[in-house]
Design a protein around this ligand. Structure first.
Ligand code: ATP
Length: 617
């Protein structure tokens, strides 16, 4: 057992990568397996020894045949017992030992460690991408690419060790052995090897290309399927199962097409190689027979050449199959690399500092439109004093969430700068910045973990009492005690389902609130934080919120204007710009957009846009 642990511990499976992933294939593969290379070389060497041993088997056979032909049959065993004992030891001790060692290096030291090593590096890199990266892709597709790339690199590496090293050693050994019989036989093998590699060179780039397309189409299927499953409620609600079925089938049919192309090229490749493999025993055995007939070779040479050529012909089959896999995997690595390894756009500057005490926040002529011409926010010039409570109002799509996302540095402004305590966010560590901000949003997704873990996400080192107190303040404690999941776990131990689907919108918001209360950060962002609550719960939470807001700088977004009336200042956004600002009272007196919203609110909500507001009138 301890040997097993020692062998499996030779590679540190979770060692972080050195720097960002390079964007060329070979360098990327080296980046992915760096740290494991000495063990990989060792495993390759053992595998090459095993390959060379296969040729030696033919040598042993040839020696036995030659000795038997020349020996006296009656005294053969007594005269040659040392040779026979040597053969026996070779077959039942040395050969199993080397092959076993090769299997252990491969199966225990390399394979189980390599995939986690590569996957953890890719996953860490992916997690460091800016939110835009995830906005622009399917979650399922990204996950699929991570898995596919890690598996493909693992397979490429193990195949190189297992097959390529083994086969090369066998080929070189065979060429040497045959040359020792007669140089012309050796030359025949060398010519055959040249033809073999010529074919591989012609076919492989084509295999790689088709495989890359197939991998890309496969990831698209996963992306579509995961997207549909994630939105299954909407699909059912709109009775669009047929449409979703068609979208999925379209993606699958594109994948099928690429798979057929792959099948076509692989059939051609294997057929041609098999024909070439068939030629080998014919020319090698035939050639040695000719030499024997001229007295230039012994019967043992014929046996050895026969054994070698049959072994090589047999090997050609699985080597070509493996090479197909190898190049197919290289295509998959290239495909994954293209998606996963672009440089991270939002990173800590090399000289980034931690955000110390939070003073004021400033948006200095900030514009950001998600890389497009319109949308987002434009020329925001805003100063929020320490401890100020700022309300943000605007129709749907006016840019409220974008403003907050810029403060959290989920995106970098396209123009202008955002500063906290006079420091540009780009010069701060992202972690220290986000540690200073507590946030409750309209749609807070939960992890499918226990309620306790979800609340502790706000501050993992909080005590059980602190965690429960936060839940109580968020009016969540009572309903949490009633929770029970499908495995019978109750209360704070109950799991919440994927994205928290087992909770109502209001319950999710209260857990998110508890999380933010526990975090107790100096800046608090409330993005429609109480929108899903009924008026009664909202009223009691409002009180708790007011206490939580004490001494903090607050940015609160709300459609229900009554929840913002007590704010120190309110800004009104329209089409990405600040069009009005002042206290609730001042804004009412201005008789502008805010006053119109206030007037038009029915049941405490702003209508989503002017037309619907007019329709409501
Ligand atoms: P709501 O009240 O509906 O939440 P909002 O005022 O918070 O709206 P934002 O979410 O900030 O509005 O969106 C502002 C504009 O930016 C919209 O025109 C929207 O289409 C665009 N936008 C928002 N998110 C993205 C994104 N990830 N990629 C591209 N455009 C986006």
């Amino acid at each position: 057992m301890s040997q097993l642990t020692r062998l499996s511990g030779l590679i540190d499976a979770f060692r972080p990568a050195d720097g960002p992933p390079p964007r060329s294939l070979a360098k990327f593969c080296l980046w992915a397996v760096k740290g494991a290379t000495p063990v990989l070389l060792m495993a390759g060497l053992v595998s090459a020894c095993a390959g060379a041993l296969e040729v030696f088997t033919a040598v042993v056979l040839g020696r036995v045949v030659d000795t038997a032909v020349e020996a006296d049959a009656r005294t053969f065993f007594t005269d040659h017992w040392t040779l026979l004992l040597g053969c026996l030891l070779f077959f039942i001790v040395l050969r199993p030992l080397v092959l076993g060692l090769s299997a252990a290096a491969q199966g225990i030291a390399v394979s189980p460690n390599l995939q986690p090593l590569v996957l953890s590096r890719l996953h860490r890199w992916t997690m460091g991408h800016a939110v835009t990266f995830f906005d622009n892709d399917f979650a399922g597709r990204i996950a699929q690419k991570q898995m596919q790339t890690a598996r493909a690199i693992t397979d490429v590496t193990t195949e190189i060790i297992n097959v390529v090293a083994f086969a090369l050693a066998s080929l070189v050994g065979s060429a040497l052995l045959l040359t020792s019989i007669d140089w012309r036989i050796g030359l025949v093998l060398v010519l055959w090897i040249v033809a073999y590699f010529g074919l591989i060179r012609w076919f492989m780039p084509r295999v790689r290309h088709v495989s890359k397309n197939r991998a890309s189409a496969r990831a698209m299927v996963t992306g579509q399927v995961v997207d549909t499953i994630t939105n299954i409620k909407t699909v059912k609600l709109f009775a669009h199962a047929d449409h979703e079925d068609k979208v999925a089938l379209d993606a699958m049919s594109a994948f099928r097409e690429k798979a057929i192309q792959f099948g076509g090229i692989s059939t051609m490749f294997r057929f041609t190689l098999m024909t070439l493999a068939g030629v080998l025993p014919a020319v090698l055995i035939g050639g040695t027979l000719v030499l024997w007939s001229q007295g230039a070779a012994t019967p043992g040479d014929i046996a050895a050449a026969g054994a070698v050529s049959l072994r090589l012909a047999q090997m050609t089959g699985w080597v070509s199959f493996t090479l197909m896999g190898l190049y197919a995997n290289i295509g998959e690595v290239e495909d994954g690399m293209r998606t996963l390894t672009p440089p991270q756009t939002i990173t800590d500057a090399p000289d980034a500092v931690d955000l110390g005490e939070v003073a004021d926040i400033r948006f200095d002529h900030v514009s950001f439109a998600y890389g497009r011409k319109t949308g987002g926010v434009e020329d925001i010039d805003l100063h929020i004093a320490r401890g100020e409570k700022l309300g943000i109002v605007g129709a749907s799509g006016a840019g409220k969430s974008t403003l907050v996302a810029l403060l959290l540095r989920l995106y970098d402004p396209e123009k202008g700068q955002v500063t906290v305590s006079e420091q540009d966010l780009r010069g701060l560590t992202q972690e220290s910045l986000r540690r200073s901000v507590g946030m409750v949003t309209q749609e807070t997704a939960m992890f499918n973990r226990s309620t306790r873990e979800n609340i502790l996400y706000g501050r993992p080192d909080a005590t059980e009492e602190e965690m429960i107190e936060a839940a109580e303040r968020a009016e969540a404690h009572d309903f949490i005690l009633q929770l029970e999941d499908h495995k019978g776990r109750k209360g704070y131990d109950a799991h919440l389902g994927e994205r928290g689907v087992r909770l109502s919108g209001g319950q999710r918001q209260r857990i998110a609130l508890a999380r933010a209360i526990l975090k107790n950060a100096p800046i608090l962002v409330l993005d429609e934080a109480t929108s899903a609550l009924d008026s009664e719960v909202e009223a009691s939470i409002q009180e708790a919120l007011e206490r939580v807001m004490e001494g903090k700088t607050v940015l609160a977004i709300a459609h229900r204007l009554s929840t913002l009336a007590q704010m120190d200042r309110i800004i009104v956004l329209d089409d990405g710009r600040v069009v009005e600002e002042g206290t609730h009272q001042q804004l009412l007196e201005q008789r502008g957009l805010y006053a119109r919203y206030w007037q038009r609110q029915s049941g405490g909500f702003i209508c989503a846009d002017d037309e619907s507001a007019e329709a409501a009138e």
